[in-house]
Design a protein around this ligand. Structure first.
Ligand code: PXP
Length: 249
């Protein structure tokens, strides 16, 4: 089974919003998200990931609708568990939904979802998404309690939060890698698909891949969009895919 890449293009929208947020009527809005998604797909990405946040700070509803019509690979919608966004997901029908915690003040998604503590509210959302044949992933920290809760809730996929690993150095990073490794092994033994993401870049991705088994999909955004400023989006995606191609599984 090969490891695939989902490219999170939220920050392409961030760049656009920096100029056009106050002029929604403007025609010459750029950069265009559908064009960005197409470049990522042609370079080998197997899914396009976006996060429709409650505050709409980057992705807009119209972007999601356009991406749904144009994405050829898979559309992966990251979302907080709210009635508003759930209704949009059920109408848009992305192939995948990744449920994430969402706090208004945060710059990016901080901790993992508390699948254990929030199982009552998550259960109904997961049931509706499963019934709509949208594949549900829970973005969780690599903790036994959370992985078991995701399994018990009927989510077929977990995305292990790699943010703490990405921020750590030295012994702390070794400890985070061990947690991710154990989480992946446990999740796999329960029959879950294991994805990973957050804070992954061209330096730490090979370190992660050297230590954590059973990974099927990485979701990476900021590092790829940042690299694209210097080398272009297609090459930035290709460089990440080349790093991933050495993965032993
Ligand atoms: N996976 C999830 C669930 C996320 O919330 C994010 C950030 O939106 C990412 C992956 C991508 O993180 P980064 O932009 O740091 O690569």
């Amino acid at each position: 089974m090969s490891l695939t890449l989902g490219v999170n293009i939220d920050h392409v929208a961030t760049l656009r919003q920096a100029r056009y947020a106050l002029t929604p009527e403007a025609h010459n809005v750029e950069p265009d998200l559908v064009a960005a998604a197409a470049v990522c797909e042609r370079a080998g990405a197997k899914s396009i990931t976006v996060h429709l946040r409650a505050d709409r700070r980057h992705l807009q509803d119209r972007d999601l609708a356009r991406l749904r019509r144009n994405v050829q690979s898979k559309l992966n919608l990251e979302m907080g568990n709210t009635p508003e966004i759930l209704a949009i997901a059920l109408e848009t029908r992305p192939e995948d939904v990744c449920l994430v915690p969402e706090n208004r003040q945060e710059i990016t998604t901080e901790g993992g979802l508390d699948a254990h503590g929030q199982r009552a509210t998550l259960a109904e959302t997961i049931r509706q998404l499963n019934a709509a044949q949208i594949r549900v992933s829970l973005f969780i920290d690599p903790l036994e309690e959370q992985i078991r809760a995701a399994h018990a809730l009927g989510a077929p996929v977990v995305e292990l939060h790699t943010g703490a690993f990405a921020n750590a150095q030295g012994e702390a990073q070794v400890a985070e890698l061990a947690r991710l490794r154990e989480g992946a092994i446990l999740g796999r033994s329960l029959g879950l698909q294991i994805n990973a993401g957050h804070g992954l870049n061209y330096q730490n991705t090979p370190v992660l891949l050297g230590a954590v088994p059973h990974l099927q999909e990485l979701n990476t955004g900021h590092a790829i969009v940042s690299r694209a400023v210097f080398v272009g989006l297609a090459r930035a995606v290709d460089e990440m895919l080349k790093l991933m191609s050495a993965y032993q599984g």
